[in-house]
Design a protein around this ligand. Structure first.
Ligand code: ATP
Length: 967
C-alpha cells in the first residue's frame, strides 16, 4: 500500500502478531511492493480509529474491516521476511529536553489543530490524566512525535483520587496514584524524571510545552508506533510467543537497569506501560507518572565522584517520602508494598489461582510459623524495605502475563483486599503451556532437564516474596534464557552496562525550569530544597563502619544503605557558599545560624512551633533516662513492638532549648555558650516520626493514639550505629496532602513555606480541624543547621488528635509533670495543663509551687476546632500586652521563662530582628494563611486564676478531667 500524498509505501502489521500485508491480498492496488512497516496496534476493529495512517490516506481501497480481517488471517512468518532487511534505527536525537514556555495554538489549512510546530494527527491513547496524540513535527521534516496533553488541574481526576482513597478502585488495573499529591505535582515529577532518561529502552521526552496561561501541559515524546504490548486475547490466552516474551523481558531489564542506575524506581511496570517501536524490534518503557527518584540510590549506583556535578536541585525529586506510599497497579504490586496484608496466622488463605469466590482454608498452613506464608513458602520478614526490587517483582508479574495470558495472583470478584492477601501469602502457579506457541512449562518446579525449567526458575526468582532473595537485574540479565540467542554475550553484557551509558547531567538551570513556576518563586524552591536536603542529609547518614578515610568530609553526605556514596550534592552546596557567587543573603544565613535565637522575637516565634506534645515527649524522655547508655530511653516509643526506642541526649539537650537554653544548636551548654556539635554526631542521628492522623469521627479519644503509640502507625525511632537500637525502616511521610485539605488558601502556598508543611499540619491537627479521610502526617527529622524546626521533629507534625495525647500519654501527666523538675535534662514545662485539650475538655492541674516560672504563667487553654475559634489564655501579669500578644501567638514561648532573660532578649532582638527582616518580607508572600488568621483569634484576658483544687493526682498518676465550663 502507499500513501497517496507522500507516495511512501507501507506494510500493515496488525495486532499483537506480526502480520505482513501479504502481497497477493493486501498489496497496493497500484502494484507498489511493501517496503516500510506500518502498524496498527490492536486487533479489534474499533482500534482502527487510531491507525498509524488514516485509512483514507492510503491509496488502497481497504476498509477498516478489511484491514482487520486480513490481518487476523495473515500468516505472520511472511512479515519477518518482509521486514528482514530493515534494521531498526535507534532513536536518539541529540540535545536535551527543550523547555518551551510559550504555546501558540492555531489551525492548519486543512483545519488540523496545531500546537506550536506540531500538527495534530490522531489520538493513540488515553490515560488517566491525559490524551496522547500523534503529531507531525513541522520543524523536523514532519517527524512523528507523540504528544501527551495533560490538564494542569483536573478537578475530575482530583475528585476521583479522593474517591479512590475512600473506596478502593474497582479496576485492578487502575494505577494507584492516591496519596501522591496533586496532579500538577505528578506531572512535574514525571517530567523531571523523564528529563533524566536517555536510553534506548526508555521513551524519550523531547520537549515540554508549559505555558502557564494554558491549562494544559504538553509533553512531546518520541512516538512508539507499535503501541503498547498486547499480551492476551479475549479468551485470556497468550498471543505472544515465548521467544517474543523473552525479548520483551530482556529489553525491559535493560531499561530498568538504566533507570535504577539513574536512581529512578519506575513503580508501574506492566505490559500497558511497555511500548513497541514501530518495527516491533524493541520495547521501551513509558509512563513515569508514579515513578520515584532517589538521589541516594543514584549516588550509590554511580559510585563516588561520578555525579558530583550533578546536583538535582529539584525539590520534586528530593522528596523521598512518597516511596513509602502505595503506588502502582494492584496486581503488579510487590508484597513489600502491601506488607500489611501479609498473614501472620495460618488463617484461611486464597489460592493464587483462585477463580471462584470460595475461600478455602489451607490446612497445610498450620505448620508454618507466624511470619511465614502458605504452601511451604519460606518465612519472610514482616516489614521489608521498599526498594528498586519492586520493579523486579513487577517485571516478574509482567513476564507471567505475557507467557500465560493472565495475571499470576488473582482474586475472586476482583476484590483488591483479597488480591493483596493473595499476593502476600500465596505462591504462583504456572499453566501447563506457555506462550502462543504452547510450550510446555513442566509445572511449578520442573526437572532440570525440562525445557520449561529455565523459564520457570526465572519466574521463581522474579517472584520471590522475600526481597533479599529476589533476583537482581544484574543477575537476571545474565540468566541463560536471555543470553541464549546472543552471539557474543560477553560483549553484549559489557555494551549494555548502564555504567557505559553517560550519566545525564541535569544542571540546576534545567531543573529549575522543569516546569513553569506559576505559584511560587525560585527563592521558595531553593529554600524548600535546602530543607529537604537537610532531611536527606540526616536521614541518609553514613554508617561509620563503612566509612573510609576519604569519607570524613564532615559527614554531610547522602548515603545509601548499600554502602558509602559520595557527597556531591552537599559538597557543591558548600562550594556555593564559599565560592565567588556567594550572596549577601547566604552570608547572613550563615551568620544567623550561629546566633542564638530568642523565642520572644516575633519572627522567631513564627519559626518555632513548639507545642505541648513535644514537651510531653521530652519530659517522658527525661524521666526514663538511662545512665548506662548515656541515652534517654523512650520506653513507650514502640509500644506494641515491645522495643524501646532510644533518643540520644543530643536531642534531649536540643529539646531543652524550649525551656532553658536559648540556643538553636543542641549542644548549648548550661552557661549559655554555644558549642557546635561535632558534625558526625549530627549526622549520626536519624529520626523519623510517623503518625496516623484520623478524623475524630473515625477514632474516639480513647481509641486514638499519641505519637508514642506505635499501634496506630505512630512511631519514633532512631538509627544510630553507635548506640544499639532497633533497626526500623524509615517511613517518612509527607503531610502536604493534609494541608491541601486544610489550607483554604491553597496547597501550593503552604507547602512551600519554610515550615509550612510541618507547622500547618500540626496546627491543623491541634485545632481538631475536621478531616475528610484518613491521612498520614509525619515530621521528618531534625535539621538544626538548616533551620528545620527540631520541635517539629519531635512532634511528628502534631499527627495526633488534640484530644488524645493526655489520655494516651504513656507515663501519665503526673509523671510528665515530675519530669519538669528533672534537672539532668533541664526540661521544664511551665504549663502541663496545656497538654492537648479537646474542644470540650478542660484539664486543670496543680502547678508545683516551687517553680516560679510556672506560677507566673497560670493559664489554661482549649484547642478550638478551627483556627478561627477562640483560644483563651490567662494573663501573665508581668507582661505588657504587646509582649503577650506576640508571645501568646507562639505556643513555644510558654516553654521558657521569658522574664528572667530580659537583657539577653534585648540583645537578641537587635540581632535577630534584623537578621530575619529580609526573610519576613518574602515570608509575607507565602506564609501559610493560618498565621494570619490565627492572630485575631487569640484573646488575652485577665481571667481569674485556675481553680485552686488540684485535679492532678500526682501520687497515683491519675488525671481528673472535668468538662470545660468557661473557656
Ligand atoms: N510515546 C508514545 N508513543 C505511542 N503511544 C503512546 C506514547 N505514550 C503513550 N502512548 C499511548 O497512550 C496511552 C496512554 O499514555 P500514558 O500511559 O502515558 O498516559 P497516562 O495518563 O499516564 O495513563 P495512566 O497514568 O492511566 O497509565 C498508552 O497506553 C499508550 O498506548
Amino acid at each position: 500500500m502507499c500513501n497517496e500524498r507522500s507516495k511512501e509505501r507501507y506494510v500493515l502489521v496488525l495486532g499483537g502478531v506480526r502480520s505482513p500485508v501479504a502481497d497477493h491480498s493486501l498489496s497496493c492496488s497500484k502494484g507498489h511492493p511493501p517496503t516500510r512497516p506500518c502498524f496498527l496496534s490492536t486487533t479489534t476493529p474499533s482500534s482502527i480509529s487510531r491507525p498509524y495512517l488514516p485509512v483514507s490516506s492510503l491509496c488502497c481501497s481497504l476498509t477498516a474491516l478489511h484491514v482487520v480481517h486480513v490481518a487476523m488471517t495473515t500468516n505472520q512468518d511472511s512479515l519477518d521476511t518482509a521486514l528482514a532487511g530493515e534494521p531498526a534505527q535507534p532513536f536518539d536525537p541529540p540535545g536535551s529536553v527543550r523547555m518551551t514556555q510559550e504555546l501558540h495554538f492555531r489551525y492548519s489549512d486543512d483545519r488540523r489543530p496545531r500546537v506550536n510546530q506540531y500538527l495534530r494527527s490522531h489520538r493513540v491513547g488515553k490515560g488517566q490524566h491525559g490524551e496522547v496524540w500523534v503529531c507531525w513535527d513541522l520543524s523536523s521534516n514532519r517527524r512523528e512525535v507523540a504528544i501527551k496533553a495533560v490538564k494542569r488541574n483536573n478537578p475530575r481526576a482530583e475528585k476521583m483520587n479522593l474517591l479512590r482513597r475512600r473506596n478502593l478502585p474497582t479496576s485492578p488495573h487502575t494505577p494507584l496514584t492516591d496519596k501522591l499529591g496533586s496532579l500538577e505535582q505528578k506531572i512535574r515529577k514525571e517530567i523531571a524524571i523523564m528529563k533524566k532518561c536517555r536510553h534506548g529502552h526508555i521513551v524519550r521526552l523531547l520537549e515540554v510545552i508549559d505555558d502557564k496561561l494554558n491549562d494544559r501541559i504538553y509533553m512531546v515524546m518520541e512516538y512508539l508506533g507499535g503501541g503498547e504490548i498486547k499480551w492476551r486475547n479475549e479468551h485470556n490466552q497468550p498471543i505472544l510467543q515465548v521467544d517474543q516474551c523473552q525479548r520483551i523481558c530482556r529489553d525491559v531489564i535493560l531499561g530498568l537497569e538504566y533507570l535504577h542506575y539513574q536512581g529512578i524506581i519506575h513503580r508501574d511496570i506492566k505490559p500497558a506501560n511497555l511500548l513497541w517501536t514501530a518495527d516491533r524490534q524493541m520495547v521501551k518503557i513509558t509512563d513515569f507518572g508514579v515513578s520515584h527518584f532517589s538521589y541516594a540510590q543514584r549516588l550509590a549506583a554511580a559510585g563516588r565522584g561520578q555525579v558530583a556535578l550533578d546536583d538535582p536541585n529539584d525539590p520534586i525529586l528530593l522528596d523521598d517520602s512518597d516511596l513509602s506510599k502505595r503506588a502502582g497497579t494492584p496486581p503488579f504490586l510487590a508484597p513489600e508494598v502491601i506488607a500489611e496484608y501479609t498473614s501472620t496466622e495460618p488463617s484461611p488463605i486464597i489460592s493464587a489461582s483462585a477463580t471462584s469466590t470460595t475461600l478455602h482454608s489451607n490446612k497445610s498452613a498450620t505448620h508454618i510459623n507466624s511470619s511465614s506464608t502458605i504452601k511451604g513458602l519460606p518465612a519472610i520478614p514482616h516489614r521489608q524495605p521498599i526498594t528498586k526490587a519492586i520493579d523486579v517483582w513487577a517485571l516478574g508479574v509482567t513476564l507471567y502475563c505475557l507467557l500465560f495470558g493472565h495475571i499470576p495472583f488473582r482474586a475472586p470478584d476482583s476484590s483488591e483486599y483479597v488480591l493483596y492477601h493473595v499476593i502476600c501469602n500465596s505462591d504462583w502457579e504456572p499453566d501447563e503451556y506457555m506462550g502462543s506457541d504452547r510450550k510446555s512449562t513442566g509445572g511449578r518446579r520442573p526437572h532440570k532437564s525440562h525445557s520449561g525449567c529455565i523459564v520457570m526458575s526465572l519466574l521463581d526468582k522474579f517472584l520471590q516474596k522475600d526481597v533479599r532473595k529476589r533476583i537482581t537485574l544484574n543477575d537476571a540479565k545474565r540468566y541463560p534464557w536471555f543470553l541464549g540467542d546472543i552471539p557474543n554475550s560477553d560483549e553484549w553484557l559489557s555494551q549494555t552496562s548502564p555504567s557505559k551509558v553517560d550519566m545525564v547531567m541535569v544542571t540546576e538551570n534545567e531543573t529549575r525550569t522543569a516546569m513553569t513556576t506559576a505559584r511560587f518563586t525560585w527563592g521558595w524552591q531553593k529554600r524548600l530544597t535546602n530543607r529537604i536536603s537537610s532531611l536527606f542529609r540526616t536521614v541518609r547518614s553514613p554508617r561509620p563502619s563503612r566509612l573510609s578515610a576519604r569519607d570524613d568530609d564532615n559527614t554531610t553526605g547522602v548515603h545509601s544503605h548499600s554502602g558509602v556514596v559520595p557527597v556531591g550534592r552537599h559538597k557543591s552546596a558548600t562550594a556555593r557558599l564559599t565560592g565567588p557567587e556567594i550572596t549577601e543573603k547566604a552570608k547572613k544565613r550563615t551568620v544567623r545560624s550561629a546566633i542564638p535565637r530568642d523565642d520572644s522575637t516575633p519572627n522567631i516565634d513564627r519559626r518555632r512551633e513548639k507545642s505541648i506534645e513535644r514537651w510531653a515527649r521530652s519530659a517522658a524522655n527525661g524521666s526514663s533516662r538511662d545512665p548506662n547508655t548515656n541515652s534517654t530511653r523512650l520506653a513507650a516509643g514502640r509500644r506494641g513492638s515491645g522495643t524501646p526506642v532510644e533518643i540520644h541526649p543530643q536531642y534531649v539537650a536540643n529539646s531543652s532549648r524550649s525551656t532553658g537554653s536559648q540556643t538553636r544548636p543542641s549542644s548549648r551548654g548550661k552557661d549559655g555558650s554555644s558549642t557546635p556539635l561535632p558534625d558526625d554526631a549530627r549526622s549520626r542521628h536519624r529520626f523519623s516520626l510517623t503518625s496516623m492522623w484520623r478524623h475524630s469521627s473515625q477514632k474516639t479519644a480513647s481509641q486514638a493514639s499519641s505519637p508514642l503509640d506505635s499501634s496506630s502507625g505512630a512511631s519514633i525511632y532512631q538509627e544510630d550505629p553507635l548506640i544499639p537500637g532497633p533497626s526500623i525502616d524509615i517511613m517518612a511521610r509527607r503531610s502536604d496532602e493534609v494541608l491541601r485539605h486544610h489550607g483554604k488558601e491553597g496547597y501550593s502556598r503552604s507547602v512551600h513555606h519554610n515550615h509550612g508543611v510541618l507547622t500547618a499540619a500540626r496546627r491543623a491537627s491541634s485545632w481538631g480541624e475536621p478531616m475528610n479521610y484518613v491521612e498520614d502526617v509525619t515530621s521528618l527529622n531534625s535539621g538544626e543547621q538548616d533551620g528545620i524546626d527540631d520541635d517539629a521533629m519531635f512532634l511528628g507534625a502534631g499527627g495526633v488528635e488534640p484530644t488524645t495525647l493526655v489520655s494516651n500519654l504513656p507515663l501519665g501527666l503526673n509523671q510528665a509533670t515530675e519530669a519538669i523538675n528533672h534537672t539532668s535534662t533541664g526540661l521544664r514545662h511551665p504549663q502541663p495543663e496545656r497538654l492537648h485539650l479537646g474542644p470540650s475538655v478542660h484539664i486543670c492541674c496543680d502547678i508545683p509551687p516551687q517553680d516560679s516560672a510556672l506560677n507566673r504563667h497560670h493559664r489554661s487553654a482549649t484547642t478550638s476546632p478551627s483556627p478561627l475559634h477562640h483560644v483563651a489564655y490567662e494573663s501573665d501579669l508581668n507582661q505588657t500586652s504587646d509582649e503577650e500578644y506576640e508571645s501568646l501567638d507562639s505556643d513555644s514561648s510558654f516553654f521558657r521563662d521569658t522574664r528572667s532573660r530580659e537583657h539577653e532578649r534585648e540583645v537578641f532582638r537587635a540581632n535577630a530582628s534584623q537578621m530575619y527582616k529580609e526573610d519576613d518580607e518574602s515570608d509575607e508572600e507565602t506564609s501559610p494563611i493560618e498565621f494570619k488568621r490565627r492572630r485575631p483569634s487569640v484573646s488575652v484576658t485577665a481571667a481569674s486564676p485556675p481553680p485552686p483544687t488540684p485535679l492532678l493526682d500526682l501520687e497515683n498518676g491519675n488525671i481528673r478531667v472535668a468538662p470545660c465550663n468557661g473557656y
